[in-house]
Design a protein around this ligand. Structure first.
Ligand code: DX5
Ligand code: ZN
Length: 228
């Protein structure tokens, strides 16, 4: 069976002078999911998006949301994030002292739990929490800013995690890739096992194309690089 690859739009890269228009265009382009980065200016050296904007997005659209918490001690905000009924809430392994407890907290709130790995975090960190997660995100840049260049070793990590997921028979776990998901990098990312692509300034929101055109290009890359 062919592996399904979903296309996400990273809303931190949207045009905030006209967020509603961007959301409508993403819906018309049949985007699979919105990727929603919440940054705290502490875990990452930047701020982006918050619960007020998440509320507005949920009022504007029924499209699924992945809520990526780039914040220290994410357990403090899981309840608030879960109230917006995202499809997934993901937390950074580097941001919590007890990832397993935080993941259970997400699961108990009725939302699918995800973990995110910064570029330096090893695959082995996943070994004993596979039962607790439905989503693994490989950061291919250091989190915090759009427009960065992919760190090559993270592609090896993506492939290693794909092997782990397959070896453990965890086909329900999605493998997301976040950072510099460009038209050039997408084929390698799919071949290395990604099932969810976070499109930011280097694809879905790139300057050269409209949102509709950019999503169509990503979709054609997904189709032409499909993995059995
Ligand atoms: C990670 C970024 C990404 C986003 C950036 O911190 O916020 O969510 O995907 O997209 P690019 O790397 O394409 O500008
Ligand atoms: Zn993200």
């Amino acid at each position: 069976m062919q592996r399904t690859v979903k296309i996400e739009a990273s809303l931190a890269c949207a045009n905030f002078k006209n967020l509603e228009r961007d959301i409508k265009q993403l819906e018309e382009a049949k985007i699979d999911c919105f990727h929603f980065d919440i940054m705290d200016g502490n875990f990452v050296p930047n701020f982006a998006l918050d619960f007020t904007i998440l509320g507005a997005v949920r009022e504007l659209s029924c499209t699924d949301v992945v809520c990526h918490l780039m914040i220290e001690e994410p357990e403090r905000y899981i309840e608030r994030a879960a109230a917006f009924r995202p499809a997934f809430i993901s937390i950074h392994l580097e941001a919590t002292r007890n990832a397993q407890r935080a993941l259970q907290q997400i699961r108990n709130s009725g939302v699918r739990p995800g973990v995110v790995l910064n570029p330096a975090t090893p695959v082995s960190a996943l070994q004993y929490i596979l039962d607790d997660i439905d989503l693994i995100t490989v950061m291919t840049v250091n989190p915090g800013f759009a427009g960065q260049v992919l760190i090559p070793a993270t592609i090896r990590k993506l492939a290693d995690i794909r092997k782990l997921i397959d070896a453990e028979g965890c086909s329900h776990i999605e493998l997301e890739v976040d950072g510099n998901v460009s038209f050039q990098n997408i084929p390698t990312m799919i071949k290395s096992g990604a099932t969810m692509l976070v499109g930011g300034t280097s694809s879905v929101f790139c300057k050269q194309y409209s949102i509709g055109e950019a999503v169509a290009i990503v979709r054609s890359l997904v189709e032409s690089n499909a993995v059995q």
